[in-house]
Design a protein around this ligand. Structure first.
Ligand code: ADP
Ligand code: MG
Length: 688
């Protein structure tokens, strides 16, 4: 049996009733096979004893030990909270367990009894405390036990799943266990030759180990086997997917007068790279297959401008064009720019967002359907159900890593095999681009527009902070503008992160009383944000204090200073994006990355990359290498693809191995008719 053939309904499992089935449904699980195909999002290691006080909290290791309860008391309003003092039976360490709203604990935990404790214990004041804990009696008669230390503590490594509705880890573990017991002898999905060559464990074993690992090592092997199978089929699919053949008329590869006039009317000349990309796009658009092109180029390299010229090119050919931006703010900014740019070209530009309702929306949609709108700009609202195009033939997607695959698909289905241009400033490292994309062409803008001076980046510690404020003040005196970016909105009292609110007050009263500043953050109403950004763009505001809403795409060439506080809390790519908000004209620009005293070595290393280079590609490659905590490159969440087991960053070499294998198999046996490859054919036919 293949996993996908395990179609028995989960309601046949003991304990799975109507409600549970519904909750599983929300996770996309309805069959035994689905249940087995779930991936744990993490694990609890309960395989060995970790005494209270011995855990290493920085990496989230949990205490797993035996304790004796010393006292149990209720506290707080309504006596809703329970405090339990426990002592480790091995090292005698004491911990306070705080059960907030867990009144039942008072009735089920008794002083003097012994318990198995699995908890996240953290230092608090001079003691140790935990509010996330599980306490289970060692035995009914545990009070009589003299030496619990003899008891076996190994509960193994337990899976942790994403939950939905009333599902608990306990329920899912029970059901997955039952499903695995039902599904004996799951068939492998890879040719035996590959399994042998790469020493992969069997799929049957891998699936058992991924849910209930017998050891760390076994878990690693299971993940490797599953990841290999996953990337193998991914590569196979990309290789076998035929390009979309164009049934409709292609867009002619010739430059119309309107396009030439438009380019000539720009206050600058296109860079060589821009010209090259434009000709690549025109070439693609006139070909027998629909264009599917990724345009990558550093922030400020002029991608959006290329998009406008290419849009005009398509419009001259009678096409309708949709331009999709990742945020409302950007969509609006783009719409404003496009409106101004195209005013004299006879191009009708419209802006659509989810907020437009009722009659205005209907009027706009009617115009669109009638073909009276040439260029529609918006967020994902562009592909809402009621949006009908007359002749959508070109789709431009800005900062495409923020879009999911499905959304992209939905938009594509609105057109007639439209040409698609994806734009991204988060460059995909070459190694990845090669492996990930099959029939996607990549254009790259490498050079910045002429006259741009490289941004000077300073790393700023406390001793230099005042000089930084001074330097920014001087720039504003010269009539230039500045951004101050902070990681969060307000200080919740438990951290010393500089937050926008207090920093705005500090800057406006202490540092820059004679300049006009404005505060902008994601909780502000959209209208207010736009008004502020417009004022900033118009030069009515000298400096903007913000959370990272300015991260993508905002274009104010007169801004020359970017100050990022707590820069150690941002990923490399995010910082690079932020820095790209300045250096957008021939003015010298500066980026100040301020960090705190407690910065880690790793954090310093990351910042130094930005100090050293302005090259987004190099930064992306570094991002791959130095894998600090948190989301670094944004690739994983990219929506390029949804991988369950493989890691886009860690498994790059596995991906190229799989690709090579796929190539060699398809070269030798394109029909997949050999005995060894029969399994592939079968899996592919089942997927349909
Ligand atoms: P990106 O989308 O790659 O971040 P944009 O297209 O927004 O870059 O361009 C950034 C800024 O540079 C804009 O103000 C744009 O008008 C300007 N620009 C674009 N192309 C050129 C060029 N060839 N020469 C000078 N300035 C340019
Ligand atoms: Mg852009």
């Amino acid at each position: 049996m293949f996993v996908c053939e395990l179609t028995q309904d989960i309601k046949t499992l003991t304990g799975v009733g109507k409600k549970t089935r519904e909750d599983y449904g929300n996770l996309g699980v309805s069959t035994i096979g689905d249940l087995i195909s779930m991936t744990p999002k993490g694990y609890e290691d309960r395989s060995h004893r970790v005494c209270i006080g011995h855990q290493n909290d920085s990496d989230g290791t949990w205490t797993n030990t035996f304790v004796r309860a010393e006292s149990v008391s209720e506290f707080g309003p309504g006596r809703k909270n329970v405090k339990i003092i426990v002592r480790d039976t091995e090292n005698n360490q004491k911990a306070f367990l705080m059960g907030f709203n867990r009144t039942f604990l008072a009735k089920s935990v008794f002083p003097g009894c012994y318990y198995h404790l699995y908890a996240n214990v953290v230092p608090y004041g001079t003691g140790l405390t935990s509010s996330q804990f599980e306490l289970k009696p060692v035995r009914e008669d545990s009070i009589l036990l003299s030496n619990v230390g003899d008891l076996e503590l190994n509960q193994g490594i337990l899976p942790v799943y994403s939950l939905s509705g009333g599902l608990t880890q306990k329920t899912i573990r029970r059901d997955v266990k039952a499903a695995l017991a039902l599904a004996q002898g799951i068939d492998d999905e890879l040719p035996q030759s590959l399994i042998a060559k790469y020493k992969l464990i069997s799929l049957d074993q891998a699936l058992r180990e991924i849910h209930f690992p017998t050891s760390e090592k076994a878990l690693k092997e299971a993940r490797r086997a599953l990841a290999f199978r996953e990337v193998f089929y991914l590569q196979l699919e990309t290789k076998r997917r035929p390009p979309v053949e164009r049934k409709r008329k292609a867009i002619e590869n010739r430059v119309y007068a309107a396009e030439t006039r438009f380019v000539e009317s720009l206050p600058f000349e296109l860079t060589d790279d821009q010209k090259k990309v434009l000709s690549e796009i025109r070439q693609d658009m006139s070909g027998p297959e629909s264009m599917n092109r990724l345009l990558q180029g550093d922030v400020g390299s002029g991608k959006t401008l290329v998009a406008w010229v290419s849009a005009l090119h398509a419009i001259c050919n009678g096409a309708q064009v949709a331009f999709m931006a990742p945020t409302e703010l950007l969509a609006r900014q783009h719409a404003q720019v496009a409106d101004a740019l195209f005013r004299d070209c006879g191009v009708t530009v419209a802006f659509l967002n989810g907020e437009v309702h009722g009659r205005p929306r209907q009027a706009l949609l009617d115009q669109l359907k009638a073909g009276n709108i040439d260029l529609l700009i918006g967020t994902h609202a562009l592909f809402s159900k009621d949006v009908v195009y007359r002749n959508l033939r070109y789709v431009i997607i800005d900062e495409q890593h923020r879009f999911g695959v499905e959304q992209r698909q939905a938009l594509l289905e609105k057109g007639i095999e439209p040409d698609v241009l994806l734009m991204t400033a988060t460059p995909i490292p070459r190694t990845l681009a090669l492996t990930v994309f099959g029939n996607l062409n990549v254009s790259t803008i490498r050079t910045m527009p002429k006259g741009r001076l490289p941004i000077i980046t300073y790393l700023v510690d406390d001793s230099k902070r005042d000089r930084m404020y001074q330097a920014v003040g001087v720039e504003m005196q010269r009539g230039h503008q500045a951004y101050f970016v902070y990681p969060r909105i307000d200080d919740e009292g438990n951290s010393d992160l500089r937050d926008v609110q207090t920093m705005y007050e500090f800057l406006s009263t202490q540092k820059y009383p004679s300049f006009k500043g404005a505060l902008i953050h994601s909780r502000l109403p959209e209208e207010d944000k736009i008004a502020i950004l417009n004022d900033f763009a118009a030069g009515k505001i000298n400096y903007l204090v913000s959370t990272s809403v300015v991260e993508v795409g905002i274009d104010v060439p007169n801004a020359t200073c970017m100050v990022v506080e707590h820069s150690e809390n941002f990923g490399l790519s995010a910082l690079h994006q932020l820095r790209g908000r300045v250096g957008r004209s021939s003015l010298q620009s500066w980026c100040f990355l301020a960090f705190e005293k407690n910065i880690t070595e790793d954090g310093k290393k990351r910042l130094s990359v930005l100090h050293r280079t302005n090259d987004g590609f190099e930064i992306a490659e570094e991002d791959l290498k130095i894998r600090g905590p948190g989301e670094l490159s944004g690739l994983r969440q990219s929506g390029f693809m949804h991988l369950k087991y493989a890691d886009l960053e860690k498994d790059v070499s596995m991906m190229s191995t799989a690709r090579d294998e796929v190539d060699s198999i398809l070269a030798k046996d394109p029909g997949l008719i050999s005995l060894d490859n029969a399994v592939i054919r079968k899996v592919l036919s089942l997927q349909k």
